[in-house]
Design a protein around this ligand. Structure first.
Ligand code: SD4
Length: 335
């Protein structure tokens, strides 16, 4: 865990909030007196890009895309593609760990500032699942394509067939088969499923998420990552959220939609992420000690937040020309 990067997001946001709410009170008072107006919530410096885990190359690519005049949508697609192509990231794209039968199957989705969305589930033999999801959104009358249909569509788009199972992922799977014990891995070396949110200079937001899902999952299993509202949600009026971790638990609480709705009700991104994690851990009989879930979120003003159940989750943030990895605050304080 990269402690040197630790930034207490929660307390920083808390300070911002206190200042923010006193400014709001002041603005209300002023508007009653019809004297001056006060900017209640000064905008964060835009554009900005945030992503789950420690993925500096991906956020750099997204930042570069924005700087070259690309949209937030282009930025999140290009950023996610970096991790999809990285064979050392064993949770995304090529090099992803397979299901228990040795098949690498990808889930991905994307959502734009208009609320349009596209996703692919159980996609095989195609590296850039996020790009297929974007095409589903832009060029088909549908939102989601699965399995062979999604694969066929990718070939029609001219995407090459590729073997996603690398030698090292195959070896890891063979070693796993000896015991065949299915247990969610809490943090895969601070480098996992990638969820990315970008907000451009105009304040327009887009998001994407791409994963090979849980290692050694049952054949056919689909997680939260391609499910709009669970793994990702963008509402350009309010903000956006993306999730990582044990997808089953995210789906049960429609996590990303929940975070955005909490921001709509006035919570900061940090408070909203914390509340969504609280929903999971406070369920009767929740075995939350055995799994990880993490959220990152951004609001329309460019404020960000991140929170997880366990220690070890982090958010990469590219803002003001600086690419930083910030360790998230977490629910289990004793870790
Ligand atoms: C899933 N949420 O398939 C993904 C996996 C993940 O960090 O995010 N791992 O459940």
């Amino acid at each position: 865990m990269k402690r040197r990067h630790f930034i207490k997001n929660a307390s920083l946001t808390g300070v911002g909030l206190t200042v923010g709410s006193s400014l709001i009170a002041c603005a209300q008072e002023n508007s009653k007196n019809e004297k001056t107006s006060v900017v209640a919530n000064p905008k964060a410096s835009l554009p900005l890009v945030i992503a789950t885990w420690n993925v500096p190359n991906a956020t750099s690519k997204a930042w570069e895309t924005l700087k070259k005049g690309g949209s937030a949508l282009d930025a999140v697609e290009k950023g996610c593609m970096v991790e999809e192509a990285d064979v050392n990231n064993t949770s995304v794209g090529k090099g992803g760990l397979p299901d228990r039968d040795g098949r690498v199957t990808l889930d991905a989705c994307i959502m734009d500032k208009h609320g349009n969305c596209g996703s692919v589930v159980y996609l095989e033999n195609i590296v850039h699942a996020v790009s297929v999801a974007r095409k589903v959104m832009e060029d088909t009358p549908h939102v989601m394509l699965a399995g062979k249909g999604a694969e066929q569509y990718a070939y029609e788009l001219g995407m090459p067939k590729d073997n996603l199972l690398t030698e090292s992922s195959k070896k890891a799977w063979e070693a796993w088969k000896v015991k065949s014990e299915y247990k969610p891995i809490i943090n895969i070396e601070n480098h996992d499923t990638i969820g990315m949110l970008a907000i451009d200079e105009n304040g327009d937001i887009s998001g994407a998420c791409t994963t090979s899902g849980l290692a050694y999952k049952m054949a056919g299993r689909v997680g939260d990552s391609p499910i709009i509202g669970s793994g990702l949600f963008v509402d350009n009026e309010i903000g956006a959220c993306v999730a990582t971790g044990l997808g089953e638990e995210v789906v049960k609480t429609v996590g990303s939609f929940l975070v955005v709705e909490l921001m709509r009700q006035g919570k900061s991104p940090q408070e909203a992420c914390e509340e969504a994690i609280n929903r999971i851990v406070s369920k009767p009989n929740s075995n939350y000690k055995d799994f990880q879930v993490g959220y990152i979120a951004v609001n329309k003003q460019g404020e960000t937040g991140s929170y997880s159940i366990h220690n070890g989750f982090s958010m990469t943030k590219f803002q003001n020309g600086e690419n930083t990895n910030q360790t998230s605050n977490h629910f289990i304080k004793t870790e």
